[in-house]
Design a protein. Structure first.
Length: 134
């Protein structure tokens, strides 16, 4: 079992290293940690909140962060939910090619509708989707 876990972590690390997003690189070890244990979600979300996105955000960057952000949005902690929404909003502002990321974002937005979150989170998501679409 330990070998399978180790192989999975190595695979996730390799996948994360293919995002091509230099802004995310320092935070990718936290993403891998969060993927390995639900208990590490809060720490990862907190670290991702410190990411200053300058480079264009493309599908690979969203693909590696969406699982952590989904878990954070499904968390009971309101601050974690709020932080996840802010991270997505920040990422959406730097999407250059909406056609590339819109399928990921729409699937993600569809998921948020079923989360137990205050109404303003849905509005924040809507703003992120509009930012991408425009």
């Amino acid at each position: 079992m330990a070998q399978v876990k180790q192989a999975a972590l190595e695979c996730m690390t390799a996948i994360c290293n293919c995002t091509g997003n230099k802004d995310l690189e320092p935070f990718l070890p936290a993403v891998v940690d969060a993927a390995s244990s639900i208990d590490k979600t809060h720490n990862c979300v907190e670290k991702l909140a410190g990411c200053i996105f300058v480079q264009n955000v493309e599908a690979p960057a969203l693909a590696v962060t969406i699982p952590v952000l989904t878990r954070g949005l499904n968390d009971k902690n309101e601050e974690v939910k709020r932080t996840c929404c802010q991270i997505v909003d920040n990422m959406c502002k730097l999407v250059e090619d909406p056609a590339e990321v819109l399928p990921l974002m729409l699937g993600f937005a569809e998921s948020i509708m079923f989360f137990d979150v205050p109404h303003w989170y849905h509005q924040k998501w809507g703003m992120g989707i509009v930012t991408v679409a425009v």
